[in-house]
Every structure is written in C-alpha cells, then in structure tokens.
Design a protein around this ligand. Sequence first.
Ligand SMILES: [Zn+2]
Length: 283
Amino acid sequence: MIIMKIIDVINQISEGAQATQIDRDHTVDKVIIGDEFQEVTGIVTTFMATIDVIHQTIKKNANLIITHEPTWFNGRDDHHWLENDPVYKQKRQLIENHNLVIWRFHDYMHAAHEDLIYKGFNEVMNWESYQLKGDSQSKNPLERANICYAIPETTIDDLLTVIKEKLNMEVVRYIGSPQASAKRVGLLLGGSSLGLGDEKNPMKLVNSQNLDTVICGDITEWTLSAYMRDAYMMGMNKTMIILGHEKSEEVGMSNIVPWIQSLISDVPVHFVEADEPFDYFYQ
Ligand SMILES: [Zn+2]
C-alpha cells in the first residue's frame, strides 16, 4: 500500500472539486489544526467538527476530519481571540492528544462545477431535474445562483412530511398553512436566507422568481420570516420551511463520501452526523 499524506488527500479533493471561481487568497478553506504531513489513517466528513464528531473520529481510527463549517466558532476560524478561553483550550487539547487534522471544505464545495451541498440535497429529495438556472446578469447573488426549483405541485403538508423523513428531522418549523400548495420553491440552504451580504436579497428573490415556498437553513426572524408571515397573514400562498443550518447542509456532506472514496481508495471514508445543535423540550 502506498503511504498517503493528509496534504495529498486535501490536494486531490480540492482539485477534484474543480472550483474555478474560487478566490484563493480569501477562502476559508484551510487546515484548521494539526500536522497535514502525517500519513492518513482514515477520513471523516461532517457538517461541523463538534466534540462528539471528534470522539467518533477517534473511535474510527481516522485522523482527518473534513468539516463544512468552522471549528472555532467564527466564520474565518480565527482562534487568536480564544487563546485563554477554557472551551477552546480543552477542545484543542483533545484534537492534539489524538493527532487529528481538521480541514475546512466549504468554499470549494459551493464553488464546484455543481454546488456540492445543493447536489446532496437534490439527490436526497430527487429534485435534480427541477432545478432552474439562475440569472447570471443579476446583481443579487441569490438570483445568480441555481437555487430555485419548479417542482410538481404538492401540498405543504406532503412536502413537510417528505422533508421530515428524508432529512431525518425530529420537528420541522414552518410559517404558513399545511393546506397551501408548493410549486415554485427557493432553496436557501446554510446561511443563504441571511441574504449573502444584503438582508433584503431573499425577499427580492421571492418576488422576482414568484416563489410560493422557501426552504431555509439559518434564519433571521425580522427579515424573510417576517415577510413570509405577513404575506401568509394577508392570504397569499406563501410558506417558509426552516431546517436550520445543520440539517440543510448535512446531506451535502454525507453524499460526497462515495466521491471522496473514489479519489482516495486506500483508506476508509466515513460520514459522521454532527446533529442539530438543539434538543427539543416537549412537556
Ligand atoms: Zn455551506
């Protein structure tokens, strides 16, 4: 067996993503912690390197975690502000004790020839053929992206049932009515519903694309949520479905496993669920 270094794994996957639009000087994708020149023993993909994900990685005898989102609680994974923080120090110690490497794979995924996070969602929902092309001339990044879908008309009740089952969710939050219908859907995964630079962008998208339904990851309650709620309260056929950041992007991370395994055949590649950040209190 050829000895393969973690750095070689990272390079192969980055190249394999064929992310032509990537800004190499400003990407958040980098080795977050660990020695990337060590031999790889196993690979874990996950939405986020939580403590539980780290423990499961150790159990699997893997030493490379490929995470979509940050390890150090901020978008650019800056850790200087945390040097004396007890949570940071203990997490870092755990990672170092087991010689793990954490690599962030975010921008390359979204900039891939086909956005790999959306690809995972499309595959799970069987929505590949319903995806519409964005308007490359638009100033609104949400309108430029391929995030709108013309799906066969369905009720919100049925759509929520399918989403709950396919994404393995305990509860699904929504605004609107289960009796409403869905056929023009905007998929605002991850942080997209925050607007990608301008919080007005999601509402402009709903209007210009005549969307009846938006499916969102992270949300702000006084922007798109308030807009969809007002629209619904005035009798319009508008629905918002809220998955949370983790559930909306996680299938993207599980569905890249076969692709990574095809690139890196010598060591096992696993997916580890990061799980929603919340518990639900029922009584
Ligand atoms: Zn993402």
